[in-house]
Design a protein around this ligand. Structure first.
Ligand SMILES: *[C@@H]1O[C@H](CO)[C@@H](O)[C@H](O)[C@H]1NC(C)=O
Ligand SMILES: *[C@@H]1O[C@H](CO)[C@@H](O)[C@H](O)[C@H]1NC(C)=O
Ligand SMILES: *[C@@H]1O[C@H](CO)[C@@H](O)[C@H](O)[C@H]1NC(C)=O
Ligand SMILES: *[C@@H]1O[C@H](CO)[C@@H](O)[C@H](O)[C@H]1NC(C)=O
Ligand SMILES: *[C@@H]1O[C@H](CO)[C@@H](O)[C@H](O)[C@H]1NC(C)=O
Length: 599
């Protein structure tokens, strides 16, 4: 059991707000047309797929059917870069600090924690059923959803399901799937991607004639690392004995892209010196063998993704053949990103860098512009549940999301610009795992104290990532001048690079604003997550970072605020380790009274 709890997988997140309390009309909710049938939704969720290493460039069928026929949201983020927490956030529309599912396994995460937090009867498929949808799912739902706990209880909300189960979820050639209430079935020698494609097509065909609209979730395991199940089930298994190997492609794709290698961006295995903070700053420069192996790892990911590309092709062609394509939304995203070699990191995720949190989101469907790339509109995984519920015209009443619906029509996208949230609340608790080889000894498998909060802010003319770690080390990257996040302006070694001013405002003043933003975001709920500046300025005259930089707020930010800090590092969300809290006793600021006077 300990093995199972150790295991598992690794990834995901999301959350959202349906309506804001700013007296603005909710942005981007699809306009209901009561006469029209509710549209179908197909939601394809890959596992650990990167945006920054260009994996989509190797998926021509996904480009043809989804990118060219839909809208690519170029500023889409997950809010926690690990599978299960990210997925729970996605399906509930809540930040991980509000789900408290923050890990892949108990006690802080995994399917058992999802259930004990009450979400098995309060997440998207349940709400979609309430809206009249026939809900179907195949593939990985959560980590620590296993061959022993799959029926205690069964996941709620699905009319038909065919789940991948731990500890065999990442066993590409011997996966275990479990259909409806049937016992688990192991598939030795069959490839998980061929299996899931066949299952998805059969689910589609089964609903074609049904009068209800349907939601079909398809969650293939690629391009996640392969994990040898026996390394999870042996009696003395622990987090450092889990055996990750590069993903295993379908045989027909095994020799593709022989010359592909990880893009040699400026942050790839930098020779000039370490970057980041905490354990990342102590990483050694990778030697030639290490880089060669990691390039192989990269190619295996691209090859494994060919099975997903064919899955996308098969699903879209089947929708077309069934006459359903034009009335169906197809979403394509992943739980979290991935890094290989950037900042000298071994293959893995769990960091706050762009490689791990900035992920693909492509949508095609009724009213969604074709071939459009949306820049300057920040969207996150916690925005997805309200988006999907909006499409389904489900009841948002009584639900509190930490995100807000993503604008889908061209008109709504244009209206959202400058009015929508410009930030992502990034958070993480626990360990970082090296999924490659341990070149310097087994102690390089697990990085401890990888607990941090971050705020990614992308506005007109600025782009920052600010974070505070449980060690109280801090990071600030100015991505307009440092897009590869090589210069942590808050690290003592980088003093010489600190600009006197940013956006015409002195450096310290900008940092103070970002810290206050993070202070609100790290425990925000509902509309405070989408309108954090409103919590700091209840009069409503500050809508974004730029407004907050006004000179008249200098004193407010520089001298009157509490700072983000930690008391110690914990593996989960233990409030009392996390310093002062903004929302101590519920959130009820008095208009016009600075919050610090009464918190
Ligand atoms: C799906 O399940 C819900 C809840 O059990 C049920 O009310 C609905 O009729 C089912 N839909 C279909 C198409 O079977
Ligand atoms: C496949 O997995 C099953 C458990 O689901 C195990 O009993 C069997 O030995 C495995 N087969 C191979 C060939 O690894
Ligand atoms: C994990 O197991 C290995 C092998 O049994 C052992 O050497 C190691 O100390 C264990 N690590 C932890 C964190 O328990
Ligand atoms: C991790 O944090 C704990 C508690 O904050 C501290 O005692 C420990 O030394 C840290 N370990 C490492 C490896 O940094
Ligand atoms: C989150 O869950 C952990 C593990 O059950 C618990 O110790 C902690 O108090 C919870 N945190 C919050 C804020 O509820």
């Amino acid at each position: 059991m300990r093995a199972t709890s150790v295991l598992l997988g690794l990834h995901l997140a999301l959350a959202v707000a349906y309506e804001n309390n700013n007296n603005q009309k909710p942005l981007g909710n699809p306009r209901p047309n009561p006469k029209k049938k509710q549209p179908n939704i197909v939601f394809i969720l890959t596992d650990d797929q990167d945006l920054h290493m260009n994996s989509l460039d190797y998926m021509p069928l996904t480009k043809k059917h989804l990118i060219d026929q839909g809208t690519f949201y170029k500023q889409h983020y997950c809010t926690t870069a690990i599978c299960c927490p990210s997925r729970v956030s996605l399906w509930t529309g809540k930040q991980a600090h509000n789900t408290n599912v923050t890990d892949v396994s108990p006690p802080y995460g995994g399917y058992p924690k999802f259930v004990s937090q009450g979400f098995n009867s309060a997440y998207l498929p349940v709400w979609l059923q309430n809206a009249g949808y026939n809900t179907l799912y195949t593939g990985k739902l959560f980590n620590a959803h296993t061959t022993t706990n799959y029926d205690s209880p069964f996941p709620g909300g699905w009319n038909t399901s065919d789940f991948l189960l731990d500890p065999y979820t990442y066993d590409y050639l011997n996966a275990t799937y479990q259909r409806n209430h049937d016992p688990p079935v192991s598939h030795p020698g069959q490839h998980t991607l061929d299996l899931i494609t066949a299952k998805a097509l059969s689910l589609l065909t089964s609903v074609a004639a049904s009068p209800s609209p349907f939601f079909l979730g398809i969650a293939p395991v690629a391009p996640h690392s392969n994990v040898d199940a026996s390394s999870l089930t042996s009696p003395d298994a622990n987090i450092s004995t889990v055996q990750f190997t590069p993903p295993i492609p379908l045989a027909r794709h095994a020799h593709l892209f022989p010359d592909a290698r990880v893009p040699r961006t400026p942050n790839f295995n930098p020779a000039s010196g370490p970057s980041g903070t905490s354990w990342i700053r102590r990483l050694r420069h990778q030697g030639e063998d290490n880089v060669e192996f990691n390039d192989h790892f990269y190619r295996q990911r691209l090859r494994a993704l060919q099975g997903v590309d064919e899955l996308v092709d098969a699903v879209v062609r089947r929708l077309d053949a069934l006459g359903l394509l034009e009335e169906t939304y197809v979403f394509y995203t992943t739980d979290n990103g991935f890094h290989i070699g950037q900042h000298r990191l071994q293959p893995g995720k769990e960091c706050g860098f762009e490689e791990d949190v900035h992920v693909p989101l492509v949508v095609r469907g009724p009213g969604v512009p074709k071939g459009r790339e949306v820049e300057g509109v920040v969207t996150t995984h916690v925005d997805l549940a309200p988006t999907l519920l909006g499409i389904a015209r489900g009841e948002g009443d009584g639900l509190e999301f930490d995100g807000e619906a993503i604008p889908l029509t061209g008109e709504d996208v244009d209206a959202a610009r400058g009015r929508r949230h410009e930030h992502v609340a990034v958070e993480f608790w626990g360990l970082a795992l090296n999924e490659g080889k341990t070149w310097g000894g087994e102690e390089e498998r697990v990085a401890l104290n990888n607990t941090y909060k971050g705020a990614r802010v992308v506005g007109e003319g600025y782009s920052f990532y600010y974070s505070v770690w449980c060690s109280n080390e801090r990071e600030l990257y100015d991505l307009t001048t440092d897009p590869y996040q090589l210069r942590n302006l808050l690290h003592p070694d980088e003093k010489a690079h600190v600009p006197a001013t940013i956006l015409g405002v002195s450096f310290d003043k900008v940092v103070a604003r970002l810290d206050s933003l993070l202070f609100v975001l790290k425990s925000c709920k509902g509309t405070t997550c989408t309108r954090p500046w409103h919590a700091l300025h209840p009069a409503g005259n500050v809508l974004n970072l730029k407004d907050a930089l006004a000179v008249r707020f200098d004193d407010f930010y520089l001298t009157q605020q509490k700072r983000v800090s930690f008391d110690r590092c914990e593996l989960g969300y233990i409030v009392d380790a996390e310093g002062p809290q903004f929302e101590k006793d519920g959130f009820a600021y008095r208009q016009g009274t600075p919050w610090y006077e009464w918190v």
